[in-house]
Design a binder for this molecule. Structure first.
Ligand code: PAN
Ligand code: ZN
Length: 192
């Protein structure tokens, strides 16, 4: 006997808008949710004194036949900077040590930052059409270095779990900052 969730589901993705329909869950990440991730605390305080800008939206469709089913997530990362640091996702590592993920950049440009717990670091350049495999035990963060919204589709197992603590504690090895109008990688003072 099939339950309601056991039937095939299709959603329609709109490539121009970077949205899909129907969407089950929508969530926002504002500067106040992410302030600990950016290096320029004066810039953060200055912005937050006036407004709490939207940095990214999350659109989800969890498929819930079992706890090892997959989630479909779309992240819509607005262009912009906090001080000289480009808008980025919070970044996390999966709690379960055997859980990978696929990211598919459908709009915009930037970088996917990847890092192991021992500090091995990679930055994958991204443009519309780039598909990246994130192996298990690599923390992942996306940075929007372009002038338009960066949109990517993610698919991962619901059981993967999200651990933000290592990123809150030490961040990534490199910051992506604007220098002379271009993205530049600099060593993070928080990393040791
Ligand atoms: C993605 C991310 C999403 C938002 O669905 O959760 O892009 O990034 P943060 O979770 O780092 O804020 C994913 O990687 N799921 O596993
Ligand atoms: Zn993930």
């Amino acid at each position: 006997m099939l339950n309601e969730n056991d039937y095939p589901i299709s959603v329609q993705f709109d490539f121009a808008a970077g949205t899909f329909d129907p969407v089950q869950i929508r969530d926002d990440r504002r500067l106040s949710d992410l302030h600990m991730m950016y290096h320029d605390k004066d810039a953060i305080n200055c912005i937050l004194a006036n407004e709490d800008p939207l940095i990214y939206e999350l659109w989800y469709h969890p498929f819930e036949t079992s706890k090892s089913d997959m989630a479909l997530g779309v992240t819509r990362l607005l262009p912009g900077k906090i001080g000289d640091e480009y808008h980025m996702t919070k970044g996390h590592i999966h709690e379960q040590d055997d859980q990978p993920e696929i990211y598919f950049c459908v709009k915009g440009q930037g970088y996917l930052l990847l890092q192991t717990i021992d500090g091995e670091f990679r930055a994958e350049p991204w443009q519309a059409g780039t598909i990246s495999h994130i192996p298990p035990m690599w923390a992942h963060r996306v940075v929007n270095t372009g002038d338009e919204m960066l949109v990517f589709v993610a698919s991962y197992h619901l059981s993967a779990g999200h651990d933000y603590r290592p990123i809150i504690d030490k961040g990534f090895r490199k910051l992506v900052v604007e220098r002379d109008g271009k993205p530049n990688f600099v060593e993070s003072p928080r990393w040791q």
